[in-house]
Design a binder for this molecule. Sequence first.
Ligand SMILES: C[S@@+](CC[C@H](N)C(=O)[O-])C[C@H]1O[C@@H](n2cnc3c(N)ncnc32)[C@H](O)[C@@H]1O
Length: 201
Amino acid sequence: MPTGQADLITTSEAILSALRPSPGEIVLDLCCGNGLVTERIAPHCGRLIGIDFSEPLIRIARSRIPNVEFVVADVTMIDGKLLGVDRVDAAYLAFAFHNFDEAKARKLLTQLNFIAGPKFRLFLESIPDIARIKAHYHTRERMAAFQMRKAEGTEQIENWWSAKRLDAVARAEGFASEPRMQGADRVNSHYRFDALLRLLT
Ligand SMILES: C[S@@+](CC[C@H](N)C(=O)[O-])C[C@H]1O[C@@H](n2cnc3c(N)ncnc32)[C@H](O)[C@@H]1O
C-alpha cells in the first residue's frame, strides 16, 4: 500500500507507464483496497472495475470515488459474468502479490486468461524479491522477528518470489512475465520488483 502522497504518485505512474491504458479500454484494479490507487488510474481508462474481498474497504472506495465500479470478490474467483464484461484489456495488482502463493497466483491467472482480450497485459506491482530478502530484514534481529511471525502465521509478507519462478508460473497459465526493476524513487525498491505479463502468442 503506498505509504504517502509521493509514493502514491510514483506507484500510479509506474502502473500507467507499464499498461498505457487507452480511453476505450476495460481495466481491472485487482485487490484495490480502499481505492487510493484506483482514484488515480480511473481517469485514464474507458472503464475501471475495482475488486477486493474486503467489504469495509470497498465501502470506503465507493464513497471516495462514486463514479467507479467496485465488486466485492476474491480475485481468484472472478469471471466475465461476475464483472459484467465480455473481455478485459488490462489489469494491475498493486502491493498485494505478497498474499499470493503459487496456487493462488495460478488460479488468478487462469481466471484472467478466460476474460483476457487480445492485447491483455497485467502489471504486478511490488513483488517481494526472494533474492533481496536480506535487504529488507537487514539485521539479525529483524530476520529473527520475521521468522517468528512466520512460524506464528502473523507475517504480513507471506510470499517471496523470484522473477524466474514467476515466469514459470505465468507460462504454465499461458502468459510470459517480464520483470521490471523499480526506480529508486519507489519506497520499496530495495526489496521489491514489478512484472508485466502478456498472453503467450
Ligand atoms: C496492502 S492492500 C493494497 C491495496 C491497494 N491495492 C493499494 O495499493 O492501496 C492489499 C489488499 O489486497 C486484498 N486482497 C488480498 N488477497 C485478495 C484476494 N484473493 N482477493 C481480493 N482481495 C484480496 C486485501 O483485502 C487488501 O485490501
